[in-house]
Design a protein around this ligand. Structure first.
Ligand code: AMP
Length: 190
C-alpha cells in the first residue's frame, strides 16, 4: 500500500493536491476537516461537537478525531492506499495512526510537507474565503488561531516522521501545476 500523509499549514494546498494524487495513484483521500464538515452539515452529534472547536480555529480533541479516522479507514476493503489530509495534527494522533496501520499490516510510506511562506498562506486563505463557504476562512482572528495552532501543535509532528526517515519537504510555492509536478516526482521516487 502507498500511504501518504500530506502535510502543511492551513492554505498550503493540501486539498487541491490531494485531488491530483488520488487520480494518479488511485488512492483514497481521507480529510478529517472534510469529514467534520460533512458531520456539521448532517447535524450529527459529532458535527455539533467538532463545530465548537472549528469555529474558534482550535483542534478537535485527539480521542474524537482518532476514533473518527479509524472508522473512516475501516470502511475500505483492499485499498491501494490512503492520502491522509489534515491528519495527524498532533504527535498523539501520529502515534495512534502508526499503531492502527500496524494492526492492518501496513504503515505510512512518507509524510510530504508542502512548504509555503506565511504571507502567501494568508493571501491564499483570504482568496479561498470568497468561495469556500468555510466560516473558519473568513475571520482573520480564526485564521491567526489556526496558524498559531499549526506552529505550536502540528508542526512538531514532522519530527515524528523525520525520526523514521519518512519526512520529505517540497516547495509549495508556484502554480498548482508546478506543485503537482514536484509532488508526482516525489511520489514516483518513493
Ligand atoms: P482543515 O479542513 O484540515 O483545515 O480542518 C479544519 C478544522 O477541522 C481544523 O481547524 C480543526 O478544527 C479541525 N480538524 C481537522 N483535522 C483535525 C485533526 N486531525 N485534529 C484535530 N482537529 C482537526
Amino acid at each position: 500500500m502507498l500511504n501518504i500523509v500530506l502535510f502543511g499549514p492551513p492554505g498550503a494546498g493540501k486539498g487541491t493536491q490531494s485531488e491530483k494524487l488520488i487520480e494518479r495513484y488511485k488512492l483514497i483521500h481521507l480529510s478529517t476537516g472534510d469529514i467534520f464538515r460533512a458531520n456539521i452539515k448532517g447535524e450529527t452529534e459529532l458535527g455539533l461537537l467538532a463545530k465548537s472547536y472549528m469555529d474558534k480555529g482550535q483542534l478537535v480533541p485527539d480521542e474524537v478525531t482518532i476514533n473518527m479516522l479509524k472508522d473512516a479507514v475501516s470502511k475500505h476493503q483492499n485499498p491501494n492506499g490512503f492520502i491522509f489530509d489534515g491528519f495527524p495534527r498532533t504527535n498523539k494522533q501520529a502515534a495512534a495512526l502508526d499503531a492502527f496501520l500496524e494492526e492492518m499490516n501496513t504503515s505510512i510510506t512518507a509524510m510530504i510537507s508542502l512548504d509555503v511562506e506565511e504571507v502567501e498562506l494568508r493571501a491564499r486563505l483570504a482568496n479561498r474565503a470568497k468561495d469556500s463557504g468555510r466560516p473558519d476562512d473568513a475571520d482573520p482572528k480564526v485564521i491567526q488561531n489556526r496558524i498559531d495552532v499549526y506552529k505550536n501543535e502540528t508542526a512538531p509532528v514532522k519530527e515524528f516522521y523525520a525520526a523514521q526517515n519518512k519526512w520529505i519537504k517540497i516547495d509549495g510555492f508556484g502554480s498548482i501545476q508546478d506543485i503537482t509536478t514536484r509532488l508526482f516526482a516525489t511520489v514516483d521516487s518513493l
